[in-house]
Design a protein around this ligand. Structure first.
Ligand SMILES: Cc1cc2nc3c(=O)[nH]c(=O)nc-3n(C[C@H](O)[C@H](O)[C@H](O)COP(=O)(O)O)c2cc1C
Length: 337
């Protein structure tokens, strides 16, 4: 499938694996690249600039010439963004040409990426922010609805509504994310006019994700309803797995907690990394995850997931053709894998 985004970034499939804090390492991002999708290393997951650089080198070697990228998630606290320009420069030096930016979208950020030969897709949750990024020079935007795992922002619009509104106004190519985990949804996003999808949750159970097998086995058994919005009272909600930690934060909110410091260690990502990801204790930590977990039905390689998804997307696309041109295509139910 060829779209404006596959042309822009040079991947084979209209699929992006959005940056995953602690989990988007060289092995996972390179697996996405080899399978034809585009993934993004998350510099904040590395304990030093040297280890980030080493991961970029490993990723480049394992990507076999396919494109890969870097996620630049900007913090609300300026002091935590000190290294943003360095991450961009190191990424460019080590062969990453795709950048997924999140947060503010000043022109200088995009100019720095362009000056080094890179291309940028700015991810956001509001159409107004996407238009602002477009005006500031982003090559593309990714819109994510409130179903998205992680920090979906404060917009409560679901993915489908957001997409239709955004596509009517945007000039640059657009990826669509939030709750997408099946081939049916990929076909629907492309039918709407999106140039790619961006997924996170669906890939959490892939073999190449380093998280503990017990955690992945737990996710495989979860229905969509197990995704919940934590820390709403802070104004910066976090879409996570409903577990003991999420329930404890809810209890604290009912007693008046309403800012991240009130929740102490419970609201830190490290708790999840050291608990669920490292040991498999899925009750430990707020663990980014959206309702697309319901589509994550088995632990298998990234390539196998993408093959099934794209097969199902193509089947749905054929079904759509049959509806619009019934004389040449028989109309039948769409049996998916
Ligand atoms: C475990 C996990 C960690 C994430 N970490 C980040 C991150 O560090 N930066 C970022 O821009 N997005 C992050 N996201 C969001 C994803 O990149 C992507 O936008 C989102 O998962 C898409 O929605 P979905 O989960 O419904 O597929 C994370 C998502 C998950 C599930």
């Amino acid at each position: 499938m060829r779209t404006r985004l596959t042309d822009l970034f040079g991947m084979r499939l209209p699929v992006m694996g959005g940056g995953l804090m602690w989990l988007s390492d060289a092995r996972y991002v390179a697996a996405l690249a080899r399978a034809g999708a585009l993934g993004f290393l998350t510099p904040r997951s590395f304990d030093s600039l040297d280890s980030f650089r080493a991961a970029l080198r490993d990723c480049r070697a394992a990507s076999e010439g396919r494109p890969f990228g870097v996620n630049i998630t900007q913090s609300r606290r300026p002091e935590e963004n000190r290294l943003v320009p360095v991450w961009i420069d190191v990424g460019l030096e080590e062969g990453a040409m795709a950048f997924e930016t999140v947060g503010p979208s000043p022109r200088e950020l995009f100019e720095r990426i362009h000056a080094g030969g890179g291309r940028v897709i700015h991810k956001c949750a509001f159409v107004a922010h996407a238009l602002k990024a477009q005006d500031a020079g982003a090559d593309a935007v990714a819109l994510v609805g409130c179903e998205a795992g992680g920090h979906p922002g404060t917009n409560e619009l679901p993915t489908f509504v957001l997409a239709a509104l955004a596509l009517a106004q945007l000039r640059v190519p657009m990826a669509l994310g939030g709750g997408i985990g099946s081939g049916r949804q990929i076909a629907a996003a492309l039918a709407l006019g999106a140039d790619a999808v961006v997924m996170g949750t669906r890939f959490l159970v892939c073999e190449e994700i380093w998280a503990h097998e017990n955690y992945k086995n737990h996710l495989v058994a979860q229905p969509a309803e197990t995704s919940t919005l934590a820390l709403r009272s802070t104004g910066h909600p976090w879409r996570v797995l409903d577990n003991d930690t999420a329930r404890r934060t809810r209890a604290m909110e009912s007693e008046g907690a309403c800012s991240y410091p009130h929740f102490g260690a419970l609201s830190t990502g490290r708790l999840g990394r050291e608990g669920a990801y490292a040991t498999g204790d899925w009750n430990s930590g707020l663990l980014s995850m959206g309702p697309a977990v319901a589509f994550a039905d088995r632990i298998e390689p990234v390539a196998a997931v993408l093959e099934r998804l794209m097969h199902d997307a193509a089947t749905c696309a054929a079904h759509l053709s049959a509806l619009t041109c019934p004389a040449t295509h028989p109309i039948s139910p769409t049996p998916l894998s």
